[in-house]
Design a protein around this ligand. Sequence first.
Ligand code: FE
Length: 221
Amino acid sequence: MTIDEERGQDYLHGHSHDHGEMSELSDTQLRVRSLETVLAEKGYVDSAALDAIVEAYETRIGPQNGQRVIARAWADLDFRAKLLEDASTAVNTMGNVSAVGSHLIAVENTPERHNMVVCTLCSCYPWEVLGLPPTWYKSAPYRSRAVLEPRAVLSEFGVTLPDETEVRVWDSTAETRYIVLPLRPEGTQGWSEEQLGALVTRNSMIGTGLAKCPDGKKGGS
Ligand code: FE
């Protein structure tokens, strides 16, 4: 069968092979792909530059950067003090692929106070250290309920705090982002930064989780 004949067959059957492949993409993906193609053809964007950005988010920008920051703050009291004093400057000494702006604030959990972060207005998030925000962070219920009933939200994330522990909720803005410094789990004396980093979860840096326990149990009690 020639190409033209094949096209004719496709036409009769009401579909084409091209269409069959494309239909695996969602409407949004198709729209993004079309837009990218047009912009690249007109020379407004460089496909290689876009690929580099996507690759950076997939492999180098993510919660693993925050994990390293928290692990170092647990292991190194001098770094910890610097982080709490000026998180932007402290984090930027670690050589991450994307430097944080002058707006990052680290808030320290203690037995007396648990910190939790939200953006009530939209979805402001310290992406340089935590990567892209999870869907729930951007959802309307989280954005309103984190402020109105933080303990109820925490319990839905499996976190139950003693009644005497104060819960403080921080509202992010375009100018100010927060990272939570979770409590260091007990039983981790002498651990390396790498070992400690494995206990740091993304949610523990947002305040909707606790660091993992060394025995592998989920933090939360
Ligand atoms: Fe926002």
